[in-house]
Ligand binder design. Structure first.
Ligand code: HEC
Ligand code: HEC
Length: 473
């Protein structure tokens, strides 16, 4: 038993982070004019500019955790795909199999999110934040765009197999392609740590659940938000929350201490990001009419846009928003308490919520909608393929699949989001898991597409006007 547990924890190691939810009562507060410009902590001054540059460098060039695989695992992965010979354009085939994107910075020829590092002093391949937080659109890669195509379960399983070390993952990493169980990584990995982040000899279950199906949020939203994560449970000012990803089994408490200044810079870089602009024509008259619809039906939760923007930072209770509750349940009290007691929770003060870096909330935060055209599929679980479907709940597909490519002809500029194919039957149990995960089945746990019905009562004309306006954000 003991030996098996050890295999699991050493085998999978880490990926990420996350938490949210824990302790306080208020639902909302408005961003003030000072915070609005982001001057205090975001973009002003040359000291900040160089922090932004250092942050970008750390994010794209520095390995914060040891690797998982030998370099040969990447070269040989095709051997576990069931092919007779290596595909001719292997780099592209590799990216497509796992939903990875070319790195827009020097990365030893590896796609974004994989990186050359070491383990026990030997070269190895590891992962970094950009596995999930780097994406591409129409042939351009973006740092900070959520990776909407990733199958992190196939990536981990197959690279271990290609390395000749098949590993059973200790929980599901991905239920539906393009989403992942980032919250479960945080809960699982903290269960192996003492409050000072030294390793425990036994695993403590802090409420592990692996059906959140979280779609990765865009980093450029952070500059407007005062809180982090889908539940709005964490204070945006926290640096250590960004470091949960470092809970690889081989990182020591000293590694965390040493990396904290770099993560302070990474935070400044994240706060400097801007969304890409909608690249196709926009009908300005229609968009102006849509803006009026938005102000009347949407702004109270999502704020207003343009130079004088406002953002209410509101969390909407689950009963009211009605979207899938699994993500909310995935980060509970046991985890929150362990987090608060740990090194992560012991940051110097300055918190928004009475001395707490984290709080419990009763729902999901209404996110800023900047760059919303670029971040389909929609809702926290990626259950709705386009803005049109988001705004007309009766039309949302029950089961659908898509190309999981991000080229121009994969995109639907009319309904705004990804083109998809409706699937009428539940996927056959004989389908290999990597194919099954390509079918988004909203009848399964964590994947409900219910709720957020605020667009339902609009006339069809108002809805199209509103979609035109959303392209401008
Ligand atoms: C396995 C994929 C994965 C990796 C790796 C990962 N993240 Fe995330 N990240 C997510 C997901 C999913 C969420 C949404 C979490 C939620 O609230 O459920 C998220 C949320 C966040 C947020 C909150 C954004 C917001 O608007 O609320 C920040 C900040 C963040 N991640 C930073 C990082 C940093 C920095 C790293 C690397 C040190 C990292 N993440 C690595 C998947 C990942
Ligand atoms: C009562 C508050 C409220 C109102 C009114 C509201 N929303 Fe939302 N909206 C939310 C919340 C909360 C979420 C996050 C729900 C989730 O992910 O489970 C959300 C999510 C969204 C998303 C998905 C964001 C993403 O990144 O996936 C879009 C797009 C959106 N809303 C647009 C609109 C539009 C357009 C309107 C007006 C017709 C509107 N909303 C009205 C609260 C609201």
């Amino acid at each position: 038993m003991r030996r098996r547990t050890a295999t699991l924890v050493w085998g999978i190691g880490t990926v990420t982070l996350l938490l949210s939810g824990v302790w306080a009562d208020d639902h909302s507060f408005t961003v003030t004019a000072d915070e609005r410009t982001g001057k205090g902590e975001g973009t002003g001054g040359s000291a900040v500019t160089s922090a932004v540059q250092r942050g970008y460098h750390a994010l794209t060039q520095r390995a914060f955790i040891p690797g998982f695989w030998t370099p040969r695992a990447v070269e040989r992965a095709w051997q576990v795909w069931g092919l007779a010979e290596k595909p001719t354009n292997y780099a592209a085939a590799f990216r497509e199999r796992y939903g990875l994107h070319p790195a827009p910075y020097p990365n030893d020829g590896l796609p974004m999110g994989l990186r050359t590092t070491q383990i026990f002093g030997r070269p190895a391949i590891g992962i970094d934040c950009l596995l999930c937080h780097g994406g591409s659109l129409f042939g351009t890669s973006y740092v900070g765009l959520g990776n909407q195509t990733l199958d992190i379960e196939a990536l981990f399983e197959e690279l271990f197999r290609a390395d000749g070390r098949p590993v059973r993952l200790p929980f599901t990493f991905c239920n539906a392609r393009g989403t992942n169980e980032a919250d479960a990584f945080g809960v699982y990995l903290l269960g192996w740590r003492n409050p000072d982040l030294s390793l425990r000899s036994d695993w403590q279950n802090l409420g592990l659940r692996d059906t959140s199906c979280a779609d990765v949020p865009a980093w450029w939203l952070m500059k407007k938000k005062q809180t982090l994560y889908y539940t709005g449970g964490m204070d945006r000012h926290s640096v250590r929350t960004l470091m949960q990803f470092m809970m690889h089994p081989l990182t020591t408490p000293q590694d965390f201490h040493r990396a904290e200044p770099a993560f302070r810079d990474i935070q400044q870089y994240l706060l400097s990001l801007e969304p890409p602009k909608y690249p196709f024509p926009i009908d300005r008259a229609k968009a102006r009419r849509g803006e009026a619809v938005f102000r009347q039906h949407c702004a109270r939760c999502h704020g207003t846009y343009g130079a004088e923007w406002t953002y209410p930072n509101k969390v909407i209770p689950l009963e009211e928003i009605g979207t899938d509750p699994s993500r909310h349940a995935a980060v509970g009290l046991a985890y929150g308490e362990a987090y608060a007691r740990s090194w992560f929770g012991q940051e110097p003060d300055g918190w928004l919520f009475r001395g707490k870096p984290l709080r419990w909330t009763d729902g999901y935060q209404a996110p800023p909608l900047d760059g919303i055209w670029a971040t389909a599929p929609y809702l926290h679980n990626g259950s709705v393929p386009t803005l049109y479907h988001l705004l007309k709940s009766s039309e949302r597909p029950r089961r659908f699949t898509r190309s999981f490519r991000t080229e121009r002809n994969d995109y639907d500029p009319i309904r705004v989001g990804w083109k998809f194919i409706e699937v009428t039957q539940p996927p056959s149990p004989d389908l290999p898991p990597i194919e099954r995960r390509k079918i988004y089945d909203t009848t399964l746990p964590g994947r409900s597409n219910a709720g957020h019905t605020y667009g339902d009562l609009l006339s069809e004309e108002q809805r199209w006007d509103l979609i035109e306006y959303l392209k401008t954000l």
